[in-house]
Ligand binder design. Sequence first.
Ligand code: URA
Length: 290
Amino acid sequence: MASISGNASISGNEFPDLRDLLAFYAAAGVDDALVDDPIDRFAESAQRQAAPAQQAASAGEAPRAGADRSAPAAPPRPAAVAAVPDEVQAAAARELASKATSLDELKQIMEGFDGCNLKATAKSMVFADGNPEADLMLVGEAPGRDEDLEGLPFVGRSGQLLDRILAAIGLDRKSAYIANVIPWRPPGNRTPTPHETEICRPFVERQIALAKPKVLVTLGGPSAKLLVGSQDGILRLRGSWKSHVTADGTVIPVMPTLHPAYLLRNPAHKKLAWRDFLEVKAKLRELGSI
Ligand code: URA
């Protein structure tokens, strides 16, 4: 039997504090450990407080009054794998992405890229699923927990809904290509920062340019805003055709629509997504794709 805070035990019902804490974590989206070994933040902070005293002692000075000589040593910090996201990393991503001459090459380049800090906490890189030859490409925001575990986009509950939506217009993962703006899961499914998005942007843009879809569908606000270059919200953007222009000037029609995860939370809005996908079906017909 283990105890926490000296007054509760992990077994049975004697542990309301821990259950409350876990419930709080789950509600806040903290559903995954970032490193394998626990980090004692109290020991870290005790060591930081002791550091001036240790420095003073090694410099031959008396320790500051009140400094704790017996502070426990902090455990080793996890290696800093991630680089700080900044414009240098975005420039490196642009340069690397532009060199890829095929989707396989792009995937390899991205796997070797360490400039996005999300890579340090993700279990896998989620590149794409479906048929890269398809005329329809769908782009979501970023992988969630299930996608991170499987290494494929849209395999969780929202992916199952996406499959049903595709089936409703006669398509499936053999007739569509699916990717995300961000290929690494943000910890706890938090929203990617603007820096992270800017660093990953060249990769998804190159992925689109190499896949050469005839029609793009963006799933949710972030991918719509990024790929059509708009600040409007998704409820304003959805439902009408926009354009994405690739680096070589190819103009691809884009239908921004609601994210399947949003539809799971707001089923009344499924009818809006249905209208959007009927537009997509009509466009694919018009282009001779179906
Ligand atoms: N949400 C996304 O935007 N992408 C996924 O792959 C899964 C969930």
